[in-house]
Design a binder for this molecule. Sequence first.
Ligand SMILES: C[S@@+](CC[C@H](N)C(=O)[O-])C[C@H]1O[C@@H](n2cnc3c(N)ncnc32)[C@H](O)[C@@H]1O
Length: 237
Amino acid sequence: MNDGYEHPENLSYLAYTSTNIPGPACPDEFFTTILGCDCFAKCKIESCTCIGTSFRLKESKQGCSSLCPCDLTCDNHFFDKGPKKGLEVFETEKKGHGLKTRLKISKGEFVCEYAGEAIGQVEAERRFSLQRTGDSNYIFVLKEFYENKCILTIVDPEAIGNIGRYINHSCEPNLCPVPVRTETAFPHISFFSVRDIDENEELTYSYGTQEGKNSSKKKCYCGTKSCSGFLPNELPF
Ligand SMILES: C[S@@+](CC[C@H](N)C(=O)[O-])C[C@H]1O[C@@H](n2cnc3c(N)ncnc32)[C@H](O)[C@@H]1O
């Protein structure tokens, strides 16, 4: 499915996918189906098992999907509606391409997914060492902790991805990534707005911490007051 977004002409090598696809060493979670809710037409916060379950991981949400009987009017059924309207890829001054919004976005809205190939840690390290597209790194690593286990979710939209790949880092971001599980146990990295966003503002999120061995020596050009000067570490392993 293509959700209608065109990539800049000089990035024609990029194949578009609106949601995650399995890549090399894709984790088993990708193929593990989870149950939908049994609500009728529209979910209720008090009784919907998707809204209530949250996959027992503290920061994770469960979104409704085609496995649920509710329809697209359900507020918890946001993936099938696609990214927010009015998102636009543009050329920044110093950070390569970026993503901005032509329309206002209110605090707490779903903006888009970070979609690409779902890959394993060894493949991520192999790809990172190749530095395929010049200076840019697109590999997103999410760590979740559950019952003394660290669950890794790694998505690479460098060659096959969606508009989420154009979102740059900021030390004062207006989006935050939230893992949302719908049909399978592999989460969708979903961006929600953390404040009201004006029309034509660039969309940004924080790329993370200084944890891990792949320390970044890249200068940060986010231009915010609290800028730490450098981008967070590229791979937090
Ligand atoms: C996921 S890509 C973002 C899109 C990218 N700018 C592009 O043109 O495709 C991440 C890369 O963008 C650049 N980048 C993102 N945020 C930046 C920032 N605040 N300052 C400098 N470079 C940044 C870095 O090269 C980083 O590895």
